[in-house]
Design a protein around this ligand. Sequence first.
Ligand code: ACK
Length: 217
Amino acid sequence: GPLEETCLPLFFGWFLCPAFQDKLRSMAKDFLKTLTGLEAFKKHLGDFTGEAEKEVDLEHYFQDQGRLHCTTKFCDHGKAEGSKEYAEQQVVKDRYGSMSELMLSALFLTPRTLGARVSFTEEQLQLWPAGAEKEAAPDADLPPGSRAHVTLGCAEGVEPVQTGLDLLELIQQQQGQEGEQVQDLELGSLAYYGKGAWVLSLRESILAPACFSGFYG
Ligand code: ACK
């Protein structure tokens, strides 16, 4: 009967602790504020506005997507391929509800999304679903975990799934070219990759306390 079936979440992932969430949000806000004031950014404003001279308020350009998290497996309540297999793994059951520290190594933005890149430990990588990178970038050979991120905001009409796709594209660009080093900021070095893609590589990675769990919605 239906009651015997396991109820699968919309997605599994690490959910950032509320206090840390506020900290990261305010950090991202400061970063956007700094970026907006840079001549180099103003030079490429057209990437965001479609018009070179128009002003852009990045803080309002990116809309908050609710509780900050790093998705491991998007299950769509069981409709997504491989979600049952993922949920049934012993490591997923064992770690469910446990705390971990996620290492945030960069902040990035494109005209679509704003996110933080997550670098996993070996242990955290055990919770990463096989094929997450291949599914999004079939022609690229990217190490598992490349897609891991925290979505900090999306432009109007953009779905949060886009953040991981933008990150994968950026990583592929980073493999091919250096990026135009723009300037050293307090938090790290800023590089521009064209078409409105900016990466701030953090001088010191941030450790984000987070709880591994499922979001049912
Ligand atoms: O920002 P995110 O990682 O991108 O967190 C949200 C979360 O699931 C709820 O929507 C992510 N998401 C949505 N669709 C997919 C998908 N097809 N593959 C991977 N992650 C997805 C979204």
